[in-house]
Write a protein that binds this ligand. Structure first.
Ligand code: IMP
Ligand code: MG
Length: 185
């Protein structure tokens, strides 16, 4: 057990469960996008680990691009505001676009990004998220992911890209943090 493992109360999704589901999602995307040469957009930083596994599980031509948006900072609740910190480096006009995200919580981030990327003239736009917390959508947000790995409850999770205060992203599994780690905020 390493020093990060010691902060985890419970493993929610094991490395094996994650890898199996990512292979399935990759196969589904490969089937749906076989001839469409999609632009796969990684939302940094949380989706980075999922994204690199997903793209290797998706053996069809596609291009990669990256975007960074504001996150929770060191807090565990969304502010409802989205700030673009790093924009795409390519044009998505006329392209089939898939946004790859780590988790949809309130839905603010993805509904904002979807609107913005549609306005830039994407030919189609779909959302692929590893985790979905459907019970946490903010009032008035009806966002649904076109592809999702797992539904999770109302718990704060870390690992496989997801952080708490920039830590735990490199855990190979997803776990629930011990409450004492963040309860002193
Ligand atoms: P939304 O805009 O509320 O849907 O927030 C989505 C973003 O919040 C994700 O991309 C994550 O960066 C972050 N987030 C939401 N829930 C969690 C969690 O349980 N653990 C880590 N990050 C989370
Ligand atoms: Mg994120």
């Amino acid at each position: 057990m390493n020093s990060m493992d010691r902060d985890i109360a419970r493993v929610l999704l094991s490395e094996e469960q994650l890898q199996k589901r990512v292979q399935e999602l990759g196969a589904q995307l490969a089937h749906d996008y076989e001839t469409l040469n999609p632009t796969m957009i990684c939302i940094l930083k949380g989706a980075a680990i999922f994204y690199t596994d997903l793209l290797r599980a998706m053996p069809v031509p596609c291009s990669m691009d990256f975007m960074a948006v504001s996150s929770y900072g060191n807090r565990t609740k969304s502010s409802g505001e989205v700030e673009i910190r790093k924009d795409l480096s390519t044009s998505i006009e006329g392209k089939h676009v898939v946004i790859v995200e780590d988790i949809v919580d309130s839905g603010f981030t993805l509904s904002y990004l979807s609107r913005m990327l549609k306005a830039r003239g994407a030919k189609s736009l779909k959302l692929c998220t590893l985790l979905d917390k459907p019970s946490r959508r903010a009032p008035g947000i009806t966002l649904k992911a076109d592809y999702h790995g797992f539904e999770v409850g109302n718990e704060f999770v870390v690992g496989y890209g997801l952080d708490y205060a920039e830590k735990y992203r490199n855990l190979p599994y997803i776990g629930i943090l011990k409450p004492e780690i963040y309860e002193n905020e």
